[in-house]
Design a binder for this molecule. Sequence first.
Ligand code: 13P
Ligand code: SF4
Length: 362
Amino acid sequence: MNAQALLTQLYDTPETDILEQINALKAELGERVLILGHHYQREEVFAFADASGDSLKLAQTAARTNAPHIIFCGVHFMAEMADILTADEQCVILPDPAAGCSMADMADDEQIERCWRELSGVISPDECVTPVTYINSTAALKAFCGEHGGIVCTSGNARRILEWSWERREKILFFPDQHLGENTALAMGMTDEDMIVWNPALPLGGNTPAAIEKARLILWKGFCSVHQLFKAEHADTMRRNHPGIRILAHPECSREVCEAADFVGSTEAIIRHVAEAQSGQDFAIATELNLVNRLRLQYPDKPVWFLSPMVCMCSTMFRTDPQHLCASLLAIRDGQPINRISVPRQQKRWARLALERMLNAS
Ligand code: 13P
Ligand code: SF4
């Protein structure tokens, strides 16, 4: 049966049966399969993860595992990252291959190559610019960084990686998320004077040669469509309605939201922050809805609110449902894995170098 026919059959099966089948398949396959789950996964899928985490923790887990099959319940760039960090014979599966990341799509290799060429008309990028890609990017961009003395970062280690980069070269080209780069640099004491934004639709990214020469940080004009929905006004309303509340934000949120927050950190750091707080402390959190809902259930003694009045959910993470997970497990059991993610060998070599630099520096 092909993958589509299998899925159609599973959608006709009651969900309780699907959940039972996943449990049975997991027991049958044992150590032949490792299921990784990002914190933004819906609960029905997250519950089956053998290991969960933010992008950094999941990268570290992927780099260590010997499991022959890794099912990545996350989005495309995460499965690519796992394939880059594992051996060729290990098989990485993304249950729904259409689970992408809109931010990762905001910079492609052609645009980055063009940017590098344009920079070469003003400065010598290979001598004075470290390219830093957020892990939310294609394997091609990670390979670009590996080849040009650059590195990968996650929201969990961005500060350390910016330090690493500035220790080596005077400037950083940071892509694709403007906000993570900007919020991290501001927290490190940089000012607007030190940064420019590169708009790939404009010549020289919309900057003058003098501005490029002066800049220490060149920020790609990209963003997360989920985190951009949080606004500083939401924080004002929360503080008015809940005196004493602590506001936590993911660094993909805008600068205004991060400035209005009491704490800014990766998904893992946000979870730790809530876990370590005293009973009775309430929180408003600016990150993806599934994670916030999980925290609310996990800590009933620490009221957790969603910062935005709107639903900010990562629709691509949401694509991975129990039916896709079940189909992936059935295909492994039948010896014909589906939806395997394979990064081309040449790209893999350079991308791995950039990821290993990150893991060693973290
Ligand atoms: P974390 O690195 O915090 O897991 O974030 C990844 C992500 O995609 C957030 O939108
Ligand atoms: Fe990408 Fe944003 Fe979804 Fe994270 S939340 S995976 S950055 S679209």
